[in-house]
Structures are given as structure tokens and as C-alpha cells.
Design a binder for this molecule. Structure first.
Ligand SMILES: [Zn+2]
Length: 130
């Protein structure tokens, strides 16, 4: 997937702003190129898990439909662990066809990685910052 530098940096900034709680957001665009980001509220307000309320998701989906954009990915942060899907992330992976982006704040320099999470396996995905 391709992410413009401004959106890439905004995701990291969002993660740092919400820490120690996990942040989450939705990336939208076309043909694997991100054009727009939606900062979402983590309804868990937790440092170890996240979820987006169905009402908040519907608002974004309506917005995407109006602008003819697709949901490309969902991002969230790991404030104390590495940039790899947790057991909870695997259990809660309802959208195996879109990318899961994880921003790790464990080390001084944030690490951002993308995955496709299925119930039966995890594939890494390359992020190209454009
Ligand atoms: Zn996670």
C-alpha cells in the first residue's frame, strides 16, 4: 500500500498524542493508495486494545460512499509492544481484505508496519511512503 508522507506522519502523531492509550483510525483511498485518514475514537480507552463503535464506522462509510473512496486500512497503536498483531488483533480481525497498520511506540523511534490478518495466518505487507 502507498501512504502519502503527510498521512503517515499524522498517524504517528495521533499515536503519540493518545499514548499510553491505543489510538485507532481508518485509511481510505483508491487502488491501494491512501488519500484520506479518519482519526477514530478508541471506545475501549485502553492501553492494550482498541475498537471503533459501529456508529462511528457507519459515519465514515457514509463519508466514503459520498466521495467514492474505499476503506484501505485500519491503523492502531501499540504503545508498549512491538509492531506485530496481538492475539486480540487476530481475534478481532473482521476485515481480512484490508490492511491492518500497527504503529509501535515501544522504542524511541516509532515503527509502522502493515499486515493482512486472517484467522489462519498473518501476511506482512509493504508500506511505501510517497
Ligand atoms: Zn494491536
Amino acid at each position: 500500500m502507498k501512504i502519502p508522507k503527510s498521512i503517515y506522519e499524522a498517524m504517528i502523531e495521533h499515536a503519540q498524542r493518545e499514548a499510553p492509550l491505543e489510538c485507532c483510525g481508518i485509511l481510505a483511498g483508491k487502488n491501494g493508495v491512501v488519500e484520506k485518514t479518519f482519526e477514530m475514537r478508541n471506545q475501549e480507552q485502553s492501553p492494550i486494545r482498541y475498537s471503533i463503535s459501529p456508529q462511528d464506522q457507519i459515519k465514515v462509510f457514509e463519508n466514503l460512499e459520498k466521495e467514492s473512496l474505499e476503506m484501505i486500512g485500519i491503523y492502531h497503536s501499540h504503545t508498549h509492544t512491538e509492531a506485530y498483531p496481538s492475539e486480540t488483533d487476530i481475534k478481532m480481525a473482521f476485515y481480512p481484505e484490508i490492511s491492518s497498520i500497527i504503529i509501535s511506540l515501544k522504542e524511541k523511534v516509532p515503527i509502522v508496519k502493515a499486515f493482512r490478518i486472517r484467522k489462519d495466518g498473518i501476511d506482512s505487507e509493504e508500506i511505501e511512503v510517497i
